[in-house]
Design a protein around this ligand. Structure first.
Ligand code: EPU
Length: 341
C-alpha cells in the first residue's frame, strides 16, 4: 500500500520549513506498492505536474504545489557482498543518508565517512552527487536501481553511466521525469583510505587520537555543526548556490583583482577552476544579514536561512538580489543548487 495524502502541509517535508501545501503526496515503502499505484493511478502524473521529493533537504517551495509529490519512505541496508577487496551494500532510496554513513562507520568501513552529517536520503545522494570535504557520492556509487515511469520496468544504471559531475547526474538531465530511483548500491572498503586533505579535517581528527572511519565521522560532524545551521532549529537547505566552474584564464584574472579568492582544481577538467561562492557573498558583506524573513547564515554565507515564517518567495527574492550583486562585483553568474519548485 502507498500512503496518499491530499492537500497536505509540506512544513515537515522541507528542511527550509516553508509552510505550504501539495495537492497530493504519495509515500511508498516498497517498489511493488509503487508499481501497483503507478499502474492503477499513475495517469495522474500525465495530467498534472509531478516531482520526486527526496529528503526535502534540497527543495524550496515557492507556493502551493499543484501536483503530485512522490516520496520514498523505503528503508533498509543489505550487504550484497563482502570480500577482502570491497563491501557492496544496497540501500533503499528513502533511507536517511546519514544513517547509511553511521552504519558504515560503525562497521569500520571506508568510503563515505567524509560525507557525514549531510541531510539527504540515499536516492538524493545519487541525484545530487552530494559532496563534501574532498569526497563525492559518485566515488562510492556502484549502481542505481530505477523504475522507468513510462514502461514500469525496473532497471539498473551503472555508476559510470550516471554522468556524475559536481552536484550533477543524469537524473537531473536526460532521465529527469523518466525514472524513480528505488535503491542505490554503494561500494565500501575494508582498506583504510583516509581523505584528510580538505580544510581543517586533519587537525580535528588529530584531536581524537585515532584514524578510523568513526573518528573522521566525528571530526566532520564537529566541523559541520560549527558552521552549518541545524535545519531542525533554523530552516535551511545547506549550500543554496553551487560554486561556479570557470575557465582557468577567467579565474586567474579574478585572482589578480582578489588575491585571497579561494580556488579549487576540478577533477578531469584541467582547463577549469572552481571558485567559492560563499567567499564572494561574504566579501559583499551579506553574512548574517537578512531581507525580510530570509537571511544569510552568520557563519557560512553560502547558506540561506529561514529566520522564521519566511515564504519560499522571500528566500528567492534574497537569492536573486545576491546573484545580481555577485554578478555586478565579480562578473560571475551563480546558480542555485537548491531545487526551486
Ligand atoms: N568562505 C568564506 N566565507 C563564507 C563561506 C566560505 O570566506 O561565508 C570561504 C572559506 O573560507 C573557504 C571557501 O570559501 O575558503 C569554501 O568554503 P567551504 O570550505 O566552507 O566550502 P563551500 O564551497 O562553501 C562546499 C559544499 C558544501 C560542503 C563544503 C565542504 C557546495 C555547493 N557546497 O561548500 O556542501 O560541505 O564545500 O566540502 O559545493 C551542501 O552542498 O549543502 C554543502 C554544505
Amino acid at each position: 500500500m502507498v500512503q496518499k495524502k491530499a492537500n497536505i502541509s509540506l512544513k515537515a517535508y522541507n528542511s527550509f520549513g516553508v509552510d505550504t501545501t501539495a495537492d497530493l503526496l504519495v509515500e511508498w515503502e516498497s517498489v511493488a506498492d509503487l508499481v501497483e499505484w503507478m499502474r492503477t493511478e499513475g495517469d495522474t502524473l500525465t495530467s498534472k505536474p509531478w516531482n520526486i521529493l527526496g529528503g526535502g533537504c534540497n527543495t524550496l517551495f515557492t507556493g502551493p504545489y499543484h501536483g503530485t509529490l512522490i516520496h520514498s519512505v523505503a528503508k533498509g541496508i543489505t550487504v550484497v557482498s563482502d570480500t577482502p577487496e570491497e563491501v557492496i551494500i544496497r540501500v533503499e532510496a528513502g533511507h536517511l543518508w546519514d544513517d547509511v554513513v553511521a552504519w558504515s562507520c560503525e562497521r569500520g568501513l571506508w568510503g563515505i565517512e567524509n560525507l557525514s552529517a549531510i541531510p539527504s536520503s540515499a536516492g538524493a545522494s545519487a541525484v545530487q552527487n552530494i559532496g563534501a570535504y574532498g569526497v563525492e557520492a559518485k566515488d562510492c556509487i556502484r549502481s542505481v536501481e530505477v523504475l522507468y515511469v513510462d514502461t514500469l520496468e525496473l532497471g539498473t544504471i551503472a555508476g559510470c553511466d550516471c554522468e556524475f559531475g559536481y552536484r550533477h547526474s543524469i537524473f537531473k538531465t536526460s532521465l529527469a521525469g523518466k525514472v524513480i530511483i528505488t535503491a542505490v548500491n554503494y561500494r565500501l572498503s575494508h582498506t583504510p583510505a583516509p581523505k584528510l586533505g580538505y580544510g581543517s579535517i586533519q587537525e580535528e581528527v588529530a584531536k581524537l587520537g585515532e584514524l578510523t572511519p568513526q573518528a573522521i565521522r566525528t571530526a566532520i560532524t564537529t566541523i559541520r555543526n560549527s558552521k552549518l545551521p541545524d535545519p531542525a532549529v533554523t530552516g535551511n537547505a545547506g549550500s543554496f548556490f553551487t560554486n561556479p566552474i570557470l575557465p582557468r584564464e577567467q579565474v586567474e584574472a579574478l585572482k589578480e583583482l582578489y588575491p585571497t579568492m579561494p580556488t579549487y582544481e576540478v577533477e578531469g577538467r584541467p582547463e577549469c577552476l572552481k571558485i567559492a561562492t560563499g567567499w564572494m557573498i561574504d566579501q559583499l558583506g551579506w553574512k548574517g544579514r537578512s531581507m525580510g524573513r530570509a537571511g544569510v547564515h552568520n557563519k557560512q554565507a553560502l547558506v540561506l536561512v529561514n529566520l522564521g515564517g519566511a515564504t519560499g518567495e522571500e528566500v528567492v527574492a534574497l537569492a536573486e538580489r545576491i546573484c545580481a550583486e555577485v554578478k555586478e562585483k565579480f562578473g560571475v553568474e551563480i546558480h542555485p543548487e537548491v531545487n526551486i519548485l
